[in-house]
Design a binder for this molecule. Structure first.
Ligand SMILES: *Cc1c(COP(=O)(O)O)cnc(C)c1O
Length: 444
């Protein structure tokens, strides 16, 4: 057993090619036993991780700029997560909160009420995955309003279950062949400053007009939006867009749901991305960064909305599992004790400065955007909006070969996104960005 966590040597160190022979042998086993539909982006088999590195089966140490898709924000095997999980797993592993409750679940809900935007009275329900949280937010909004329709945005990503596939925009790989999808889901235009010339207010007007004219506010249970889009390309809406939508929802009795599954828990330099413009969602969906890597998700929102659902209407066998809750409490402790909102802001400044310098040398980078430790670059044919997915894949693949784990995203697959763990050192971050710069030179 390898020991991970922040005491791992914080260095990039390649002893084989990537993937190395041990990983390739394991990949053969994967091919034999794991369904091909479950893809792997960078097939190095991980044996330990922590701080800002992942160590693979060949002994290579890679710099992590992905955090397992914005999950291990507190760092892999973070000390408070490990110690609380170890204590909990030895005490009891499961009782089912719906059968016999326990404190950890209530403790998590109490903290979510305190940390999420707004001073109103809030309650929470816990689940296992982000998609499940989104499904439950829709269930709650429908019961609370007595309405059916759900509005979502261009480029949105909300998950892979049937309802959340309907809510997700992109066909390949998320939806292709998996229909028919859930009904009463309507897509409206997003604010995408790089691709439209609209102010936040203008873009909100455009979206509101579609909701008014094509759905009708009286039919609309909720509008669900990622305050900064994740899989869709780290699209940051123009200032004023979210406040205008939220104000319209309030006026029309539509439940405003912020999907902060990717943006939440210090990632953007605030506890939640909505904090940036003082937006107070009625419901907020949470997962990913909430529990340092263990599966935990939540819907937190106005007490009167959350309590609209009949007793027994929300739940699930594992939702708010005691070990996952212990991990959540450990992760929140790490965030508070290490001031991870401040750290995310510093990482953001450092990444943005460097990425803008790289963009100045490589005009294929059309846009540098994001907030805090959630930054991205969008690649387009210089001077145009025409996407460059092939170059994007080449850049990302070069980084992988050099031991830097980068992820791509975007409707056209032409965005490289950077989501380092907030436990990464400046030295490692700078080294990883050196590799990104090299990747542009090497693929020019
Ligand atoms: C990842 C993600 C989801 C889905 O979460 P899962 O845990 O993978 O089901 C939903 N919404 C957003 C914004 C996400 O980034």
């Amino acid at each position: 057993m390898s020991t991970g966590g922040p005491s791992l040597p914080q260095q990039r160190n390649l002893v084989t090619s990537i993937p190395g022979p041990e990983s390739l042998a394991r990949l053969d086993r994967k091919k034999a036993h794991v369904a091909d539909g479950v893809g792997t982006m960078l097939p190095v088999f991980v044996v330990a991780a922590g701080g800002g590195v992942l160590v693979d089966a060949d002994g290579n140490s890679l710099i992590d700029l992905g955090s397992g898709i914005a999950v291990t924000s507190v760092g892999n095997a973070a000390p408070s997560v490990v110690s609380r999980v170890q204590e909990q797993v030895a005490a009891f592993t499961h009782s089912c909160f719906m059968v016999t409750p326990y404190d950890g679940y209530v403790d998590v809900c109490e903290q979510l009420a305190e940390l999420t935007p707004g001073d109103h009275e809030k309650k929470s329900a816990l689940f296992n995955s982000g998609a499940e949280a989104v499904e439950n937010a829709v269930k709650i909004a429908r019961v609370a309003t007595g309405r059916d329709a759900v509005a979502v945005f261009d480029h949105a990503y909300h998950g892979r279950t049937n309802l959340t596939m309907a809510m997700t925009a992109k066909n390949m790989p998320y939806k292709n062949g998996f229909g028919p999808f859930a009904g009463e889901v309507y897509r409206v235009p997003m604010s995408y400053p790089f691709r439209d010339d609209l102010s936040g207010e203008e873009a909100a007007k455009r979206a509101i007009d579609v909701m008014d004219k094509q759905i009708g506010a009286d039919n609309l249970a909720c509008v669900v939006i990622e305050p900064i889009q994740g899989e869709g390309g780290f699209v940051v809406p123009a200032p004023g867009f979210l406040p205008a939508l939220s104000a319209w929802a309030k006026d029309t009795g539509v439940v405003f749901v912020a999907d902060e599954i990717q943006t939440g828990f210090c990632r953007t330099g605030d506890w939640f991305a909505c904090d940036d413009e003082g937006v107070e969602p009625d419901l907020i969906t949470l997962a990913k960064g909430i529990a340092g890597g263990l599966p935990l998700a939540a819907v937190t929102g106005r007490a009167e909305l959350m309590d609209a659902v009949h007793v027994g209407g929300l739940g699930g066998t594992y939702g708010g599992n005691p070990v996952a809750c212990a991990a959540g409490l450990g992760a929140l402790e790490e965030m508070r004790s290490h001031d991870l909102t401040g750290r995310a802001r510093d990482i953001g400044t450092r990444m943005a400065d460097r990425l803008r310098k790289i963009a100045a040398d490589h005009p294929v980078i059309g846009d540098v955007r994001g907030r805090g430790a959630m930054m991205a670059i969008e690649l387009t044919t210089p001077g145009t909006l025409s996407p460059e997915p092939v170059r994007t894949a080449a850049v990302s693949s070069y980084c992988h070969q050099q031991g830097v784990v980068t992820l791509t995203c975007g409707t056209w697959g032409n965005v490289v996104r950077f989501l380092p763990p907030l436990s990464i050192s400046d030295t490692l971050l700078d080294e990883a960005l050196d590799v990104v710069a090299e990747a542009f030179a090497a693929t020019a």
